[in-house]
Structures are given as C-alpha cells and as structure tokens.
Ligand binder design. Sequence first.
Ligand SMILES: [Zn+2]
Length: 211
Amino acid sequence: MPGQAGWDGSLDGLYRISRDGPHVGVDRISGGRYRYALDDVWLHSQTTPQNTGPTILFGPNHQNLIQPFKDAFDEAVDRLKKKKDCAKLFGGLQNALNTLNSATYRLFNDPIKTTYKDGKFVPSVTGAMTASGNTVFINLAGPFFNGPDLKMSGNRPFKADFGTGLKGTDLAALLLLHELGHEIGKWGSDAGVGDKDKNLEHTMAAYKACF
Ligand SMILES: [Zn+2]
C-alpha cells in the first residue's frame, strides 16, 4: 500500500482486512489468487482511460518533426475550441476532438510537380492526405513543415498557402483541419481543377470557419 514499507507501486494483489476497534487495517499478504480467507480481498489497480492524443508514427529519422506537428495539432484544437463555426463545420467540438485524437499521423514523400501550361510554370504539391482507417499522411515535401515558400523545378519559388497568407503553425493547422473534413466524411474527393478544384474548396471552407 502507498506509504507502506516494501510497496512496489502496484496495488494489484491480495490484502487482509483487519479490524481493531474503530480502525481498519489493510495489509498486503502473499497468497494465491483463488485461495484466501474470508477477510482477504483482492485489489486491482484501476487505470483510468486517458485521452492520450493522436498516434504519431514519424519514424526514427523524423523525430525532430514531432514537436512542430504537435504545435500545429494544438493550434487546430485551439481553433476548434475558440471558434464556434469551426467546431460546427466538423460536426461539433466533441466529435471533432475525438476524431483528431483518435487519428494516426504518418509521413510520406510526394515531390512537388511542375507542369508548363499556357506559357506558365504551374506547381502542384500535396499538403497531406487521409487514408481509410483514419490515418493522415503528411507530405514531407509539402507546405506542412516547409511552407509556405516552396520551390518547383528550375528553383522557381512559389507560395503554397492557398492565397490565405498563413504560414508556419497556422498553415499546418489549416492542413490538419482540411484533413479532419475527410476523416469525419464531411467532404468527398479532392479531385478537380480550376473552378472545380474541390481540394481548394475544402481548404477554403476550413479557412473561413476556423481562421
Ligand atoms: Zn483533401
């Protein structure tokens, strides 16, 4: 028992309850699980389920990215808590937080692509994506960790902030909130270009509600 000599930190075990006038004594005793006297009780340590937060599986070479990820995660949580429209967009605060916290976060590497269209170089890069089973993949080459100023082929700079002006932790939080929309099934695929760019539409919906 806590405070007792020889206590090993665990409450699991057999205890003898004794009475001495108004006092009740509880002593740990040795004995089998199924063989004890009437006044002996078996106590189990009770572990209260903790909300441990998201599962972050970044691998040994990217442990340095865990803290920046956590900062972005906390920022997203903050915005859900402080902005009613933000929580509402994602099915209410509790639903949003449960989904965020039960997700698994991994990294992948999808290099920036450059296409030449109508006389211009046009970059495209994935920020993050959500796979089935509530796993979010964050692109190492995208704006989550390096944004918003990225470079396409030929060392040509571009801003990967969707026109929001966000950077750093805020921009990364926006990406997490975009993915949250996929996780809860709020929006469908990100397909489409130009006016039909669903990816941008989803990002802007999260931006307007949460920033
Ligand atoms: Zn998306």
